[in-house]
Design a protein around this ligand. Structure first.
Ligand code: GAR
Length: 208
């Protein structure tokens, strides 16, 4: 059974999707053992509490990216975590954690990478950019984290159609419900069941 840590910064609907998947058996090869929040007032902390999952707050404050990364890495290794899930975590991590947890950190991003991703593309801003550009299809991506923001090998993607009437908020909700909350638990179970094989940029999913 793999030990999973979920890193959050806000509402935590993706954390909730993971908790629900664990409760109904869609995640069975791993256990959410720790939630780390960068924000002391994140609603995600309440969700962790209601599910009986231990949580800690590690604030970025005035720490540099490398100092912050060091603190997170120490916490994760101290808890013997096998898989780190960034679920609405709004900070870019430094190289130390990526080395320590190579191909063991996954992130959910609210667009079809390589569109609308990288530094500056997070949360609602992704959906604003999507609508401004005028694309007809968007979606979500779950990928391994490497040194390039949103640039690591892609595990799963799911498309969501854009409606003529869309504004950023309803689109964000639909992308979460129809894509993120489905592919994130799936990717977590695939990882925990050792079904993912990374060959360069390509992630192979073993069917056995
Ligand atoms: C989600 O849409 C997630 O994909 C996005 O922020 C939202 C957090 O929602 N993450 C990023 O943009 C990171 N680059 P949640 O807190 O309800 O899971």
């Amino acid at each position: 059974m793999k030990k999973i840590a979920v890193l959050v910064s806000g509402g935590g609907t993706n954390l909730q999707a993971l908790i629900d998947a664990q409760n109904d058996g869609r995640i069975k090869s791993g256990k959410i053992s720790l939630v780390i929040s960068s924000n002391p007032s994140a609603y995600a902390l309440k969700r962790a509490g209601m599910a009986g999952i231990p949580s800690v707050v590690i604030e970025k404050g005035k720490l540099s990216r490398d100092e912050y990364t060091k603190k997170l890495t120490q916490c994760l290794t101290g808890h013997e975590i096998d898989l780190v899930v960034l679920a609405g975590f709004m900070h870019i991590l430094g190289p130390e954690i990526i080395k320590e947890y190579q191909n063991k950190i996954i992130n959910v991003h609210p667009s079809l990478i390589p569109s609308f991703c990288g530094e500056g593309y997070y949360g609602i801003h992704v959906h604003e950019a999507t609508l401004e550009y005028g694309v007809k299809v968007t979606g979500a991506t779950v990928h391994f984290v490497n040194e390039i923001p949103d640039g690591g090998p892609i595990i799963l993607q799911k498309a969501v159609e854009i409606l003529d009437t869309d504004t950023p908020e309803p689109l964000q909700l639909r992308v979460m419900k129809e894509a993120e909350h489905i592919i994130l638990p799936k990717a977590v179970e695939l990882f925990c069941a050792d079904k993912l094989e990374v060959r360069g940029r390509i992630v192979k999913i073993r069917k056995d």
